[in-house]
Design a protein around this ligand. Structure first.
Ligand SMILES: [Zn+2]
Length: 471
């Protein structure tokens, strides 16, 4: 069951948007959250809202009880958190009024509780080393991007936020330094909220709403408070619109975000606390993405379908529209990098020709070698070749004999999995040369054609980003 927690004074707590509206006064092991919880339903999805700075904006950033806020939402049964935060822009191209779906943070806070663990309140004798390489939920962010695009909002699909302690703003020297560090926006509230959400095993995404350029930029015209207030009002309206269309689209109940906590806690943990962790483990046993229907709507929507091409009755899935999109290839590669970074793979075999585009970019991102599996007669040195059956007749692919060595761990890459003939031929080629195929990955699977089943039945791992079924 999906239940969405919302943090931020977003305007959604307006009873006009909520069905079954009720206010709840709650208590957590860490004290009271910043505000009463506003509970209700949006499009039949259960919602709980907290105003981060209190109902009348009286809590300064340092004093926000982040642990109580996140814990209260977890306690209410929330599975996901959507956060909204005002921010200053550190980049020319992030204009006041733009939304940024942040994917990284830099922590410049100094007076905040960073963990539920190791404190007298919860688990005094435990330490939680929670992984934070990718702090924000990839799945939630994809839905935000997709819906923002549909609504025509001005947004940036990624960005690094620096969270400062405040309440004072930065000096010019600091602002310039943050720019040099690679930060794109600045605020006072993302850390440790996102960290605690990860510890609680919740999916967390944040929408940063740019209100002004931080003090690094010399403005030609003076900024008056009315302009800033107007921007903030428009921002809040846009985020409300965005959240209203995002909330019904949130369906995933298993995510990497739920996994990290399972292996992060060290030290003495009491029976009750152990149950809490174990229970979370049991709830999330299903491996992320394994063999479940994949509906990566954002990628899928960028793929064009050409009916009756190359012949009558075929619905051709054309990925050139995905590749040409400014963030299309980035979405594909980001997803694959997430899956394969740190995995025991030392070579990628890309299948001619669209497999070259994806294989090349992924090799670059992972820092491993790329091998081309080509049509016959294209490779200049000694080749190994493998035949495979087509609907009428046979075809062949080849790779250089010296491209794969015994003991290589290989990932096969192509754009589309239909009958699986070419993919199977590529696998055979790798095996002939002594390599081991760890997985075969595709952007699109056509499950009805049966290639995936064929590969899986033969004992190979298959990964795909989206699928078209009977459409
Ligand atoms: Zn997640």
């Amino acid at each position: 069951m999906v239940k969405i927690g919302i943090i931020g004074g977003t305007g959604l707590e307006n009873p006009d948007f909520l069905k079954d509206f009720q206010e709840k006064d709650v208590e957590t092991p860490f004290g009271k959250p910043s505000s009463k919880l506003i509970c209700g339903k949006i499009s039949d999805v259960d919602i709980a809202i907290i105003s981060r700075h209190g109902k009348t904006h009286t809590i300064m950033p340092t004093n926000v009880n982040n642990r109580a806020n996140v814990w209260a939402l977890k306690q209410e049964g929330c599975t996901h958190i959507l956060a909204a935060t005002a921010c200053g822009s550190l980049r020319d191209n992030i204009k006041p009024g733009d939304l940024v779906f942040i994917d990284q943070f830099i922590d410049r806070t100094s007076k905040r509780h960073m963990s539920f663990y190791g404190d007298d309140a919860y688990m005094p004798n435990a330490v939680c080393h929670i992984p934070m390489a990718e702090p924000f939920c990839h799945n939630l962010k994809n839905i935000l991007i997709y819906e923002a695009e549909k609504l025509g909002l001005g947004f940036h699909a990624k960005g690094t936020i620096v969270t400062i302690e405040g309440p004072r703003f930065s000096t010019k020297a600091e602002s310039h330094m943050f720019r040099q560090w690679g930060a794109d926006v600045i605020n006072m509230s993302t850390v440790p909220e996102v960290v605690l959400a990860r510890e609680a095993g919740l999916c967390y995404a944040s929408v940063a709403m740019s209100t002004d350029y931080d003090c690094w930029k010399e403005m030609e015209e003076s900024v008056d408070i009315n302009m800033i207030l107007q921007t903030m009002k428009t921002n809040a309206e846009n985020v409300t619109k965005l959240f209203l269309s995002v909330i019904p689209k949130i369906k995933h109940t298993h995510c990497e975000c739920n996994e990290h906590i399972k292996t992060a806690v060290m030290g003495e943990v009491s029976e009750v606390e152990k149950n809490d962790i174990v229970e979370r483990k049991d709830n999330n046993l299903t491996a992320f993405h394994e063999n479940e229907k994949k509906d990566n709507i954002q990628i899928k929507s960028k793929i064009r379908t050409i009916p009756n091409w190359p012949k009558q009755g075929i619905m051709f899935r054309d990925i050139t529209t995905l590749l040409k999109d400014p963030i299309g290839l980035q979405l594909v590669i980001d997803d694959l990098v997430k899956r394969y970074r740190g995995k025991p793979i030392n070579k990628i075999v890309g299948i001619e020709s669209r497999g070259f585009v994806i294989g090349g970019a992924l090799s670059y991102a992972l820092g491993i070698g790329c091998v081309l599996a080509r049509k016959p007669g294209k490779l200049p040195a000694a080749t190994e070749s493998q035949e495979y059956l087509l609907e009428y007749g046979k075809d062949k692919i080849e790779i250089h004999k010296d491209a794969i060595s015994s003991g290589d761990n290989v990932l096969i890459i192509d754009d589309l999995l239909a009958t699986g003939g070419t993919a199977m031929a590529a696998i055979k080629l790798v095996e002939k040369l002594g390599g081991k195929v760890q997985e075969a990955a595709f952007i699109v699977d056509l499950p009805e054609v049966g290639g995936r089943k064929k590969l899986q039945d033969a004992g190979y791992n298959v990964y795909w980003l989206t699928e078209f079924e009977g459409e």
